[in-house]
Design a protein around this ligand. Structure first.
Ligand code: TEU
Ligand code: CA
Length: 538
């Protein structure tokens, strides 16, 4: 088993994690200050959202120089120090790697604006078709996928206007990224989280089929050449360093996800972030009505557990609303946050905790559009306005789905714990009640529960390597076994606000539960129990 499979992952969104110098922006020295906190939680791997030079149109996912650190976050020396301090504490870093696009401020793109430059074909520059754009593709952020250059030609961007797509047909592209990947691996990082890694290669720039959303998708989604590129990166660059790759793979089913893992002789990614479970509450596209259906959610989780050898499990990241606001309950805040953590940490695969999830941080409480900073949020607002969607509904969409729900600063204490200055994005007023300082001193807190759960995962090989055996997924009840040799763990969960009878033998040693242990036969609202089935019952 690869070493990384033993450890729990934690995602840091550096801008919002911890500010060390009072400018209101999280930074690398801030992360160093909080390494001991991560140790106390039991974290072994930290995925850092991008810290590279960036004009911040998409807060770091628009990279202008892959080999330097955004001065707002610190220096290369700070980064080296972070890796070193991490290593001392048994924490390894995973860097974010964006290979589909760069910032339009990247030197390659600037050079490419000259038609005679050797960088011209690093990107897709094309003339329009008469008065029309080069094709009918639309972007992930809801706009047209082409923007105009000064000379009247257009360039392709599947994300924001300032994120031009790279051309992976260019003979230099692989070597450019080889240099970048090796640069970081030599600094001692453990691997990469690869942004939108299954849409890099475009087979043609022909018009896409009619679709409500993402016209053009079939021209670049998980293409054969994309697989070849990943295999080569894996074999020539990742393998020699004993590193690993986690891919963010958009719009894949389990079959396509498996293809992106490759096979024994031709490996690609080590694990993938799928989206199917995260889309379980959506209708048509994510911006319309949402309703959480726990049975659907659990059925999708079960399918991914069965179909993939190893999953990257997550319920939150910097793009998603907070899980307790989405799948849990404000009324049963503590119970539902603990219940969700129980699922996350006992499924088969690598658990990814997103900063703040471990204290049950909720969606933001912003009162107007000016409080939001995210480019996607602003684009969608404008687009909805063009479509005459009424203001109250636009507001509802933003409130429930905006990516800033996840990006508001970490709630370290009830005042100023994130920064002594004014935070770049407003902190949720509920920091008075939901924060690390309070929860560190409370044995019954969500944070304390996470710590216990991580220890239990470490102490029970069945929870790491064991088979996943589903038992129940209906009426909001979810139950499964994790089994390895003669160790058997039973996990039972109630994902509803109702009391539920459960027809299961729950005898055994309770390793953890999120309520006092009185009720035996029924599960209380959002109750979770982790039970070790004792030997004679196996
Ligand atoms: O996300 C890709 C992606 O699919 C998301 O843009 C998704 O469509 C949307 O965020 C859901 O709300 C990655 C990064 O995680 C994201 O932060 C970047 O904005 C994007 O790529 C472009 O680099
Ligand atoms: Ca700072």
């Amino acid at each position: 088993m690869q070493a990384f499979k033993q450890g729990v992952f934690y995602q840091i969104y550096p801008r919002s994690f911890k500010d060390s110098n009072g400018d209101g922006i999280g930074d690398i020295r801030g992360i160093i200050q909080k390494l001991d906190y991560l140790v106390s939680l039991g974290i072994k791997y930290v995925w850092l959202s991008p810290v590279y030079a960036s004009p911040n149109v998409d807060f770091g996912y628009d990279i202008s120089d892959y080999l330097s650190i955004n001065p707002e976050y610190g220096t290369m020396a700070d980064m080296e120090q972070l890796i070193k301090e991490g290593k001392k504490r048994g924490i390894h870093f995973v860097m974010d790697l964006v290979m589909n696009h760069t910032s339009s401020d990247h030197a390659w793109f600037k050079a490419s604006l000259d038609p005679n430059s050797p960088y011209r074909d690093y990107y897709y520059h094309r003339p329009g078709k008469g008065k029309k754009l080069p094709n009918n593709w639309t972007s992930f952020f809801g706009e047209k996928a082409w923007s105009k250059n000064e000379d009247g030609t257009y360039y392709l961007h599947l994300f924001a206007q300032n994120q031009p797509d790279l051309n992976w047909d260019h003979p230099n592209m692989y070597n450019e990224f080889k240099h970048i990947i090796e640069f970081w691996l030599k600094k001692g990082i453990a691997g990469f989280r690869c942004d939108v890694v299954n849409v890099m290669y475009k087979t043609s720039l022909d018009n896409g089929k009619p679709r409500l959303f993402l016209k053009g998708l079939e021209k670049y989604h998980s293409t054969q050449k994309n697989h070849e590129i990943l295999r080569r990166i894996r074999k020539e660059l990742i393998q020699p360093y004993g590193a690993f790759l986690v891919g963010e793979t958009v719009m894949v089913n389990t079959q396509q996800a498996n293809d992106l893992l490759g096979n024994e002789s031709e490996k690609e990614l080590d694990m993938v972030f799928g989206f199917e479970h995260m889309d379980a509450d959506q209708f048509l596209v994510k911006w319309f009505k949402r309703k959480f259906n726990p049975d659907k959610f659990n059925r999708i989780l079960i399918q991914w557990q069965k179909d993939l050898p190893w999953n990257a499990n997550y319920f939150e990241n910097h793009d998603q609303p907070r899980s307790v606001s989405r799948y849990g309950s404000a009324h049963y805040h503590k119970e539902s946050a603990k219940m969700l953590s129980t699922v996350l940490l006992t499924l088969k695969g690598s658990p990814f905790i997103y900063q703040g999830q471990e204290i049950g941080m909720t969606n933001v409480d912003y009162k107007s559009l000016d409080e939001y900073m995210d480019v996607e949020t602003k684009n969608i607002w404008a687009l909805a306005k063009q479509l005459w969607i009424p203001k109250f509904y636009r507001w509802h969409m933003i409130k429930t789905v905006s990516r800033d729900n996840a990006r508001s600063p970490m709630q370290w204490d009830s005042m100023g714990g994130f920064s002594t200055g004014k935070p770049w994005l407003r902190i949720n007023h509920n920091q008075k009640k939901i924060n690390v300082a309070i929860q560190e001193n409370d044995g019954d807190s969500i944070l304390s529960y996470y710590k216990r759960l991580i220890k239990i995962r470490q102490q029970h090989p069945a929870l790491i390597e064991g088979d996943f055996v589903p038992l129940i997924a209906k009426k909001g009840l979810f139950a499964y076994h994790r089994v390895l040799n003669n160790q058997k763990i039973l996990v039972v969960l109630n994902m509803s606000t109702k009391y539920r009878k459960i027809k299961l033998n729950m005898d055994g040693e309770i390793l953890l539960q999120n309520y006092p242990p009185m009720e035996m036969k029924r599960l209380r609202p959002y109750e979770a129990r982790v039970i070790e089935v004792t030997h004679d019952q196996v």
